[in-house]
Design a protein around this ligand. Sequence first.
Ligand SMILES: [Zn+2]
Length: 524
Amino acid sequence: MSYTALYRKFRPASFAEVKGQDHIVTTLRNQLKAGRIGHAYLFTGTRGTGKTSVAKIFAKTVNCENPTEDGPCGECRICKAIAAGASMNVIEIDAASNNGVDNIREIVDEVAYSPAEGKYKVYIIDEVHMLSIGAFNALLKTLEEPPSYVIFILATTEVHKLPITILSRCQRYDFRRISIETIADRMKELVDQENVKVEDRALRYIAKVADGSMRDALSLLDQCIAFHIGNELTYDMALDVLGAVDTGVFSELLRHVLDRDVLACIKLLEDVVMQGRELTQFVTDFTWYLRNLMLVQSSDHLEDVIDVSSEHLARLKEEAAIVSFDQIVRYIRIFSNLAGQIKYASQKRILVEIALIKLCKPEMEISEDAMLDRIRQVEDDIKEAKQGGYVKVVEAGGTATAQAAIPAAEKPKLEKAVPEEIREVVRNWMGIVGNAQNPMKTYLKGAKLSLGAGNELVVALADGLPYDYFKNDEGNVEACERLIADFCGKEVKVSLSSFADANDFDNHFVDLSKVIQMEIEEEE
Ligand SMILES: [Zn+2]
């Protein structure tokens, strides 16, 4: 089977086949329908978004003998002549190679003669920003007062390079980047028509790489198909052909950064430079790698937004597990700043080195996420130290300077079931206390409750007045027991305790009100 490149074969021939530029197509259709055709159009937008295709369809339609809503009929004499390139009604000029004054003068001279057949002479000047100043000036006069049978369509990817005098004389149409969905859908149509089997994910990936350009998408698709002709084109094959970045080097780099090993990072960068890799691209790719890590961490079903083979996805998941979310966010921030600076920098390598050191040493930064990273570093050190039986004392510089033996405190645990009468007291504590007189009422309201070794109720009071009030008068403890008995109809023994603050209490006791609150929530 012979194979014609898709992007040649499927140039849009009608307005309906132009994808992703509905706003422009609708306006042009309306103008054609109403017969209100302009004489100077400017089509701008990134490459491969359909500027010249639309220009040609428009040029054919104005000349066609039987035009429809959808554009030229394709059957009449003039349509056929234009398609064969034998018509003098549609003249295409590539300004990149015809940018001088003389080239434009030639056009201006020709413009004087009305078309031999058909209604309009349409001049399509592609890459019009390439014209010299002299050429622009020569064009200007004709643009100002074109004969009624002349239409200029200027196309450019770099509209900011056009003189304002030209801009002000044209109807301007901005061609948008085409969405991934639109490109993928169009490719799906075409491959179905061609009986070529392609995985949907492969199409989406190609559409994404094409970055808004339908033409690029189709030629990338061509490349992939040509490589695996006769087979179904799978997602992994597309990744393979289009040279998805090998992420091995990035996982290695990430691991060095997590180890805070500056030297290893710098050495790895050296290897990258020696391999002749472009640093701007390297920075961009690493940023995307981090972005993928972040997404993998956030959800399980991201196959569509992360373009990596199944094998790489497994590794990404592994890596996502060893790095925290705010760490990744910090890394991304540093590297996307770097991507902005590095483009125009002469010392790219040094900039990358500085960024890597920043990643390894959060103490160099004062942003919030750097602080979090520093805290994490301290926590890691403490965890490590606990395992070794001591705690390193860490200074603001981030380095361990002294070692002191601090035994790790253990959280108290509730070892036995809480008796039912104690539960009842805890649940009703505020009601019980409500029947007391001040100051006892106030003190008991601030008390914390726990369970003693002999199943007695521990009433812990804040150090100072509240604790002293009960400690110095046994009668007050008995009064408290009476309050409970009156409210619940049960005898509950109270034992007294004290605490300095909430942390102090939590370090020594289990807070019964929390335990019971939790049980209630679980039941609900
Ligand atoms: Zn026709």
